[in-house]
Write a protein that binds this ligand. Sequence first.
Ligand SMILES: [Zn+2]
Length: 195
Amino acid sequence: MSQLNFCPQCAGPLLPHCVDGEQRPHAYCARCAQPRYDHALIVVTTFVACGKRLLWVQRALEPQRGRWAIPGGFLERGETLAEGAARELREEAGVRLSPDQLSLYMTGTITFINQVYVGFRATVDSESCDPGIESMDCRFLTREECPWDAVAYPQVNDSILQAYDDLDSGRFDIWQAEMSSEHYELRPVAQRARK
Ligand SMILES: [Zn+2]
């Protein structure tokens, strides 16, 4: 179950961790006599809207170099969720928003890649953006303008289409997505006032 094969502390081989005969979804290092966790990573993203367009970035880094994504990345140690999302916007698209300009919008679990994502939304008045070193390009695109055949993470296309639907309707619920290899569900968990 765990993707870790060697202990990050001592480099020793990891074993399945069993407690009372029950196997846990993480590994165990016999040398350190400690469990070794492989917890889900947290990805923070922001849907930045200008009119009916959303901000996309074309990745300059692997994985998925050359493909398009909603700006985002892994939360770093010591950051709040909104601080991480704002940092990624600045790094990937040169868009400077303060964390308190970001509104919670989506949460998601993607079990098959061991990630949790937290999506924010924000509105800007201008399509000004500037790819940093992590992006080859960045643009505000309508649903029709999107390069859907060149997206980096098609697993989250439904979430992005929902964001376009919400821009069209002007109603922004908070969405919860649960994705496993067998199951996909995107449902509203709270209703926000019309903006
Ligand atoms: Zn160890």
